[in-house]
Design a protein around this ligand. Structure first.
Ligand SMILES: [Zn+2]
Length: 403
């Protein structure tokens, strides 16, 4: 019934927008029909109509969620009627919210033969809310909290960001439409991310599906949130289009830095956070932000602030084309360090030292001193301290010790 209510409420809008895809009608002589009732986050209820002959012994289900691995499951054959029903827990499957899933069956019979069904399809839509839709040149916006003014403000920010990004990256989404889903609360958004998201995450871009899920609630902060989140997530989609399947080989500092400099408003706390860390020599080495950001705490925000500032520095000093060249260099499979050296001609840590000095006023000698600190301590303990102690406590003459 949940699905029925969902369809009744917004089916017309979404059908126009093309979110629903009717199930494929191909059926074999044995498989007569199949359907799935989706209760988001709760259950997928499958129904399969089969012929009464031959005698079914085993039934396998193949699930192909959009842009993820094929899943094979054996369906328990307990009923002896022509209608088989079974339920799956969505949490146990690699489903993507608002992504399509293609599925089909293979039956094995007691006489040793087997048969495969045609392909069917369902959409794993978040049916917990009454989504409304608004379409512009490059976007389909879905939202459920706030009025049309709220939605119009969001699509205007999206279109403006698109134009800015197209200047930097080219019109890489020409002829395609990007789906933007605006959730009304962080909790509702996090529920859609299957527990994979960090607690601080306010948005999720899925470049493979060409969609962005965000948490932006109507209210006094809505404009700032739109100016920050929408261009940030769109920049992730644009960089994905540039590097294609090699997105995972890109350093995190580069991806997040590019997304941050695309924002129409920066996080107001970042400049102070960055300067304090620079003054206290607490900056995170850039090369430790290649494969992942810190898991939690203030270090996460510092990692974002550093990436934003460093990538902005690279663009100001060396231009946008070098950043695009860097993305393509990493897309060819080069490591974080050598890819940087290949494009900019100097090591990443040397460029980072120049950035610290020129942007944050950190003197090179202080940085060198910090890097040398463990060795200086070692020197102090092993050489200087014993010398110092020997001066204050000269060794007794050998005769005295023998006395
Ligand atoms: Zn990001």
């Amino acid at each position: 019934m949940v699905k029925y209510r969902w369809m009744l409420a917004v089916g017309i809008v979404l059908l126009m927008a093309g979110v629903f895809h009717p199930a494929a009608s191909a059926e074999s002589a044995y498989f007569l029909s199949s359907s799935v009732e989706v209760s988001f986050g709760t259950s997928l209820d499958f129904t399969v109509q089969v012929a009464s002959e031959p005698m079914l012994e085993k039934l396998y289900l193949f699930l192909q969620p959009e842009s993820t691995d094929l899943v094979l499951l054996e369906v328990p054959v307990t009923q002896q009627s022509n209608e088989l029903r079974f339920a799956l827990a969505p949490d146990s499957l690699p489903l993507r919210t608002f992504g399509d899933v293609i599925y089909w069956f293979q039956a094995e019979f007691s006489d040793g033969t087997s048969r495969e069904s045609g392909q069917y399809r369902f959409a794993y839509n978040d049916d917990r809310f009454n989504w409304r839709a608004l379409q512009t040149d490059h976007f389909r916006l879905y939202w459920y909290e706030g009025d049309l003014t709220f939605a119009t403000a969001a699509v205007n920010v999206a279109e403006n960001s698109y134009n800015d990004l197209a200047l930097d990256y080219g019109d890489v989404y020409e002829g395609q439409v990007i789906d933007l889903f605006l959730y009304g609360s962080r909790a509702a958004l996090l529920d859609t991310l299957s527990g994979s998201a960090a607690g601080w995450e306010a948005a999720h871009a899925d470049p493979e599906l060409g969609q962005v899920l965000m948490w932006i609630a109507p209210g006094p902060d809505q404009r700032s949130e739109m100016n920050r989140q929408i261009p940030h997530e769109l920049a992730h989609l644009f960089t994905y289009q540039v590097v294609g399947g090699q997105y995972q080989n890109q350093p995190v500092w580069l991806l997040e830095g590019l997304a941050a400099i695309a924002q129409l408003e920066q996080d107001p706390s970042y400049p102070q956070l960055l300067q304090d860390a620079a003054d206290d020599l607490r900056l995170i080495p850039l090369n430790s932000l290649c494969s992942a950001f810190p898991a939690q705490g203030d270090a996460v925000y510092l990692a974002y602030a550093q990436s934003e500032s460093f990538v902005r520095y690279l663009r100001t000093r060396h231009g946008n084309d070098a950043l695009l060249a860097l993305l393509r260099e990493y897309a060819s499979g080069t490591s974080c360090e050598s890819g940087f050296q290949n494009v900019y001609g100097i090591p990443l840590d040397r460029m980072a030292t120049m950035w610290q000095r020129e942007v944050l006023g950190v003197s090179s000698s202080l940085v060198l001193l910090e890097k040398a600190a463990p060795w200086l301590l070692f020197l102090l303990l092993t050489v200087l301290l014993p010398i110092g102690l020997s001066l204050f406590h000269p060794a007794r003459p050998a005769e005295a010790e023998n006395a």
